[in-house]
Design a protein around this ligand. Structure first.
Ligand SMILES: [Zn+2]
Length: 443
């Protein structure tokens, strides 16, 4: 494999060389937060922690977690950006909104320095995801509040590739523009890549591979790492798919998958300090091969809206073995988000894992599905109701239903009640897919 880096020194650094850099920045950041953030002054005081108690990263675990709800409350009580914001509004040059999967959105402010940091992390992640200066990137993602929009534009321009902003809801324009400009990279959500592939075949009568994309660069939802979806998209477009993951409170894209496709590399080495915790007990876990837990971020180079030990609710598996691309950072796969998790008789089930199985059954199913909830989760009384679309060619529906229920029980260890519905019944998504319908909310 060709070894190419955006910042060779930092991306190939040994962990023991990186740690002192992270530590120095962490202590500097902590001084800043202690001085400038009323939110953290109060939080640390409430937990009986003094600045002198924290002398290095080995003391980080003594600091309390920051939850998304804390930030939401801080912003409601101290508008516009909250008492955690730590920088005067005069210094803020951009404000994004973090949609989150639940609750009221929060705003994230950036100073000029923060903007530079975001651009650097995101560019490093996109370069890891194989975006190069010679590429023409067709951007089929919205450019509004969403951190996958404008910050990605900045990062792609920083790499030196050509950025083509198309947005969503304009598939006809994606087709025409890609052909005329010779677009070779499609940047979108995995849901859009699936939607667009069907659109090309059904509406434009084109095979997706004929558009000439050489790379599919996806993110913003777990789909790119779901094995059956990844396989389907790589076959449809006949090119490499690489996924990424970020967090609107930390940075737009923090992890990027290299061509070895053995998980996404951590790409914010000197900007974010990551921890792995047991999501139930909050206990710190070792970042070692095969470990599974929740990601926690401490920003170590941030002026506006710094967060310390921020619980992401992202559940991940860690890989630490060497990678053929030459990068030394650890890698992850995202299992799902705690907010989406369902619990059936004590077994954790993520909707993306169900989607994986339903997609694996293509072409007998269309791959589209919806979990139906009569009552709020996460605890659900089995059987779990799932609507699954079958393809027009499938004739033996009784057998298909039985097979789906058996595989779901064997692989994910829960009892499902599958309701087969015809092709085109379920909603399609051009941004993030919604895999659960909450009937109790009147959806
Ligand atoms: Zn790699």
């Amino acid at each position: 494999m060709k070894k190419e880096f955006f910042n060779k020194e930092i991306e190939t650094m040994r962990p023991e060389e990186l740690l002192p850099i992270q530590e120095e920045k962490f202590l500097h950041q902590l001084d800043y937060v202690w001085k400038k953030s009323p939110f953290y002054q109060k939080k640390f005081k409430e937990h009986g922690i003094e600045r002198g108690d924290i002398n290095g990263l080995e003391d980080l675990h003594k600091l309390p977690f920051t939850e998304k709800d804390d930030l939401r409350k801080s912003q409601e009580e101290h508008p516009p950006l909250g008492s955690h914001s730590a920088a005067p509004m005069d210094d803020v040059i951009r404000i994004h909104s973090s949609s989150g999967t639940t609750g009221v959105p929060t705003f994230v402010g950036l100073t000029r320095h923060d903007h530079k940091v975001w651009t650097d992390i995101t560019a490093r992640s996109l370069f890891t995801k194989s975006v190069r200066p010679t590429d023409v990137v067709i951007h089929a993602v919205g450019l509004t509040f969403f951190v996958g929009g404008l910050p990605v534009k900045d990062a792609i321009e920083h790499i030196g590739a050509a950025f083509v902003p198309i947005g969503t809801g304009a598939s006809d324009r994606v087709v025409v523009t890609t052909k005329r400009l010779g677009g070779n990279v499609l940047h979108c959500t995995p849901s859009y890549a699936q939607y667009f592939s069907d659109y090309l075949r059904k509406k434009e009568n084109i095979d997706p591979s004929d558009l000439g994309f050489k790379k599919l660069v996806v993110g913003a939802e777990p789909g790119g790492g779901v094995p059956a979806i990844k396989k389907r998209l790589q076959e449809d477009y006949q090119c490499l798919l690489s996924e990424g993951m970020g967090n609107s409170d930390a940075a737009p894209i923090i992890f990027g998958e290299c061509p070895a496709q053995q998980g996404m590399h951590f790409c914010a080495q000197e900007y974010i300090f990551p921890e792995l915790i047991n999501p139930d007990s909050g206990e710190l876990m070792e970042m070692k091969e095969g470990a599974e837990g929740e990601l926690v971020y401490t920003l170590i180079d941030r002026e506006c809206c710094p967060v310390v030990r921020f619980r992401t609710r992202d559940r991940i598996t860690v890989f630490t073995g060497p990678c053929g691309c030459g990068r030394t950072s650890f890698r992850i796969r995202c299992i799902g988000r705690t907010d989406d998790m369902l619990i059936l008789l004590g077994v954790n089930v993520f909707p993306s894992a169900i989607k994986d199985i339903i997609t694996f059954f293509r072409p007998r199913t269309t791959g589209d599905m919806l979990v139906l909830l009569d009552k709020p989760g996460p605890k659900v009384e089995p059987p779990l109701r799932i609507q699954v679309e079958y393809s027009p060619e499938e004739k033996d529906l009784d057998t298909l239903k039985k097979e789906l229920e058996t595989v779901l029980r064997n692989k994910l260890v829960f009892r499902a009640d599958v309701e087969l519905v015809p092709d085109g019944t379920l909603p399609r998504f051009e941004m993030k897919a919604k895999l659960i319908r909450e009937l109790y909310k009147g959806e």
